[in-house]
Design a protein around this ligand. Sequence first.
Ligand SMILES: *[C@@H]1O[C@H](CO)[C@@H](O)[C@H](O)[C@H]1NC(C)=O
Ligand SMILES: *[C@@H]1O[C@H](CO)[C@@H](O)[C@H](O)[C@H]1NC(C)=O
Ligand SMILES: *[C@@H]1O[C@H](CO)[C@@H](O)[C@H](O)[C@H]1NC(C)=O
Ligand SMILES: *[C@@H]1O[C@H](CO)[C@@H](O)[C@H](O)[C@H]1NC(C)=O
Ligand SMILES: *[C@@H]1O[C@H](CO)[C@@H](O)[C@H](O)[C@H]1NC(C)=O
Ligand SMILES: *[C@@H]1O[C@H](CO)[C@@H](O)[C@H](O)[C@H]1NC(C)=O
Ligand SMILES: *[C@@H]1O[C@H](CO)[C@@H](O)[C@H](O)[C@H]1NC(C)=O
Ligand SMILES: *[C@@H]1O[C@H](CO)[C@@H](O)[C@H](O)[C@H]1NC(C)=O
Ligand SMILES: *[C@@H]1O[C@H](CO)[C@@H](O)[C@H](O)[C@H]1NC(C)=O
Length: 661
Amino acid sequence: MNLLHIIVVTIIFTTFANRAFSVDRSFERCEPQTCGHGPNISYPFWLSGNQDSFCGYPSFKITCNGRFPVLSISGDEYIVKEIFYSNHSFVLANAAWVYDEKCPIPLHNFSLERTPFKYSSNHVNFSFFYGCPEEPSEYMLPYPIDCASNTSHHSFAIFHMEVVERMNYSLDSCQSSVHLPFDDAVNVDALMQMNYTEILKMGFILNWTAQNCSNCQRSGGRCGFDNNEFVCFCSDRPHVKTCDDDNPWNWKRKVIVGVCTAAATVAIMCIIFFVYQRRNRKPYDPSSFVTRSILSSTYSMDDDMEKGSTYLGVHIFSYKELEEATNYFDSAKELGDGGFGTVYHGNVHDGRAVAVKRPYENNWKRVEQFMNEIEILARLRHQNLVLLYGCTSRHSRELLLVYEYIPNGNLAEHLHGGRAKPGALPWLTRINIAIETASALSYLHASDIIHRDVKTTNILLDNNFGVKVADFGLSRPFPMNVTHISTAPQGTPGYVDPEYNQCYQLTSKSDVYSFGVVLIELISSMPAVDITRHRHEINLSTMAINKIKNHTLHELVDPYLGFESDSTTQKMIIAVAELAFRCLQTDKDVRPSMVEVLNELKQIQSYDLNIQKAKEIDISADDNVPLKSDPLPPSPDSVALSWTSASTSPKGSGKLFRSPP
Ligand SMILES: *[C@@H]1O[C@H](CO)[C@@H](O)[C@H](O)[C@H]1NC(C)=O
Ligand SMILES: *[C@@H]1O[C@H](CO)[C@@H](O)[C@H](O)[C@H]1NC(C)=O
Ligand SMILES: *[C@@H]1O[C@H](CO)[C@@H](O)[C@H](O)[C@H]1NC(C)=O
Ligand SMILES: *[C@@H]1O[C@H](CO)[C@@H](O)[C@H](O)[C@H]1NC(C)=O
Ligand SMILES: *[C@@H]1O[C@H](CO)[C@@H](O)[C@H](O)[C@H]1NC(C)=O
Ligand SMILES: *[C@@H]1O[C@H](CO)[C@@H](O)[C@H](O)[C@H]1NC(C)=O
Ligand SMILES: *[C@@H]1O[C@H](CO)[C@@H](O)[C@H](O)[C@H]1NC(C)=O
Ligand SMILES: *[C@@H]1O[C@H](CO)[C@@H](O)[C@H](O)[C@H]1NC(C)=O
Ligand SMILES: *[C@@H]1O[C@H](CO)[C@@H](O)[C@H](O)[C@H]1NC(C)=O
């Protein structure tokens, strides 16, 4: 072996060693990093301090704040919770709760101006109001911020600004406000259980536009942005697009890829030909494996497209999921007939029990009503209104609506239907049902919505006899300045406002009339219409007015309610009858508003509480003294008297009736 050999071998070896072991520094500096917690950070983001600025774009700069990666946008810091490099999207959450654990409040409005980011789904505003002189109404569904409130200054966050305007609440008098975005696709049910900090922590999703890095990455490189140009840093040196863009192996790879593509194309053509032959022989043979797998792949594609999307703020369910949930609309799963559709019971994939409403076929007017119902329900949140979980998409085979399932049937069933048992629904439960229904209706009216079909079959009950008012299919929002809408008569016989039937004029007082019928049903346990009754008593409302007029209210009252035996109950029933009577006035101007009805019912309910209290005091004062007798209840005559005066001078509505003691 001579010197020449050694020199040649050394030169070859060092060249190789250089190629193999020296690594481009830029490539090293752009290695993905984390802040300990949170996602791996790499192009188009870069972690200040751990990576160089050429590893990503200037506005994608992330810094570590303790354990959290944060991005600064419009004056506030936002935590980067997740990054989805595959679809160019990421989740941000306002960092207020990291900086101030005791009282986290966001300080600046969120704005995407001057950022390369976009909202990647429908969003709503989660709005914070600080230092408001007026306490927020319950109907605004506020999330109170107790730590920033005192007796004279109230702070809270809300989702629905449009409700605030209708509630006549002045947000202008608040000291300051901040608006943050929030993804509209989140389950409303879960949201209502949370407090504002938890909602802040959930964050929202954004997406970005940047050169796609996947080709560079696949070739073993790391992307960057240097001298205003996209680069692919590789172990040897920076490349333009991918690490093997000038590699001699490239053409060989291309040949291999080309051959494979050709082979795959031939194979696919063979399969298509094969399927085509099979189908021609046996047109709709479902047992054909290939046909079936193609069918199911189209299905699952549909599912993916439908999943997670929202329409007007409601979740979109796939048709297939609902079909399976209702066992292909099995009649055994039928809950009832909702006037314009059949309602089925089922369980969706996440385990929730639901009621699926399916419209009658090919009735486009009805479908419009359903869309109307969706739009209305999506805006409304009240504990005594049935919650709309979602619906199928417009592109789906049929429009289906998905509601929360209320397990205990409807009020009509409990009063005079299949679930009715003598004495099973005591008076105090009934008055509570009346109050909760009135509360839901006054909320609707405060939101400018007339229910239009108030009746006992639309008052659903949960296992504790809590009320959920259902079926807004006939509702229409009406503008504030219009006092009535002219439409063709709708609604259910026995409940329809007589004035509406004559003039086709609809107001919130029509709901008050129908609610009057519901009150009479609660008192009497009789159905609103019964053709087996006497000709003049087919309509319960006519019958009730006649009985009251003839001083025979006791004939109307359900004998199991204790009208004769319990003086408190008697007093309450008479007061409710008086109230129902005012609701049933032909002249709508004489009827009380739903809010007045609600307040009066609450007052009537408190008779019982007051008497309980009075008894307790009596007992503790002197055990030996017999209970003081209750003040004399008003006789049924007082109702009849009121009626006579009301019918002679109907304008003086409120004062004609004795207010409860
Ligand atoms: C970050 O990347 C490493 C290695 O590539 C991986 O093991 C780890 O699971 C990733 N972490 C996250 C949060 O994605
Ligand atoms: C990036 O490119 C790859 C392959 O070219 C593609 O599969 C991927 O969908 C692209 N990603 C985005 C977010 O466009
Ligand atoms: C990107 O993908 C993730 C899950 O892989 C998903 O949660 C996210 O919603 C997607 N982003 C967009 C904009 O679709
Ligand atoms: C946020 O925006 C609202 C209206 O867009 C404005 O009234 C309010 O003052 C802004 N808040 C801050 C802190 O700038
Ligand atoms: C971001 O998401 C929105 C809504 O999904 C979409 O219209 C937009 O094209 C997306 N932008 C990018 C850059 O992916
Ligand atoms: C959220 O509030 C801002 C005012 O800060 C307003 O410009 C924007 O339109 C609102 N967005 C939605 C979805 O209501
Ligand atoms: C309530 O808080 C405000 C600031 O939010 C403050 O100006 C005011 O003095 C406080 N009032 C009372 C009674 O503490
Ligand atoms: C709203 O406020 C205005 C002015 O304070 C008042 O005139 C009006 O009656 C209020 N409307 C309702 C529905 O309370
Ligand atoms: C919000 O709820 C969480 C968990 O239920 C609790 O830890 C936290 O203290 C609550 N925050 C406020 C401000 O009530």
